[in-house]
Design a protein around this ligand. Structure first.
Ligand code: UDP
Length: 237
């Protein structure tokens, strides 16, 4: 599959057209950003680790019934994906209180929730990804009620799949962010897109609570590259 024009460049990835309009190449960069691009940096080899991690996790969820944009791995930093129109709503699922939820509710991080919480955020860095809900998504034509209900159902299923996957590797899945897109080549069907990596998940080592995700970069905790490498080893072995 040949790499053609760049169609999009985000903070951590670039999307290129291919000779087939139904497919894009997703290229993983080393660039890292946090706090909606207010903190920028680079994590050496992150693109390589995240391409491998995302590949493995997309395969895992796909094998368990979640449709994704992942087609195949192309190179160290590239995967072939189905072209979709991204729904501009970030779906965040939380099992344990952390990050924005802790701040918003004025509580400490670390307490397990009695049931998962799904938060919707508008995908808009300039506005700091504000919290929205299904009514807002529908009224502003971001996603229909049917799509948001489907996204919620998929997110809960992805949570079951990945919690089990990480638990088997002694890692606790604290929270994660998903993005979905509509696939024109599949009649507008909504599928899981973007990436599943430590950039968009919180992963804590079971027992110790050691952070194994982008919080190491956000909070200057050190051992950033080594931790991504470790997650890569855990996920792909
Ligand atoms: N997240 C993300 N992109 C965003 C915001 C959050 O991937 O723009 C992920 C983040 O890595 C974490 C989860 O979503 O795994 C919940 O993040 P939270 O809302 O607590 O925000 P944060 O504390 O990261 O600002």
């Amino acid at each position: 599959m040949e790499r053609r024009n760049q169609v999009y460049e985000g903070k951590a990835k670039i999307l290129y057209e291919t000779d087939d309009p139904a497919y894009l190449i997703q290229y993983f960069k080393d660039d890292a950003s946090a706090f909606n691009a207010k903190k920028l940096g680079s994590i050496e080899s992150k693109g390589i680790f995240n391409n491998r991690i995302s590949t493995r996790l997309f395969q895992e969820v796909e094998a368990n019934g979640i449709p994704t944009h992942f087609v195949k791995n192309l190179s160290e930093r590239e995967m072939l994906v189905k072209r979709v129109d991204i729904i501009m709503v970030e779906i965040v699922l939380r099992n344990v209180i952390a990050g924005n939820l802790a701040k918003r509710m004025g509580v400490e991080e670390g307490k397990r929730l009695p049931h998962p919480i799904i938060d919707l955020h508008l995908k808009n860095d300039a506005l700091d990804d504000p919290l929205i809900n299904e009514d807002t998504a529908s009224a502003f034509d971001l996603g229909t009620r049917e799509e948001m209900a489907q996204a919620r159902e998929y997110a809960l299923k992805v949570n079951d799949i990945l919690m089990k996957f990480f638990a088997a590797r002694n890692v606790d899945l604290i929270d994660f962010k998903l993005e979905f897109g509509r696939c024109a080549a599949e009649g507008g069907k909504m599928i899981l897109a973007d990436e599943i990596t430590p950039d968009g998940c919180r992963l804590w080592e079971k027992g110790t609570g050691r952070k194994m995700d982008k919080d190491r970069f956000r909070r200057d905790l050190g051992n950033i590259e080594a931790t991504y490498a470790e997650v890569d080893r855990l996920v792909t072995s």
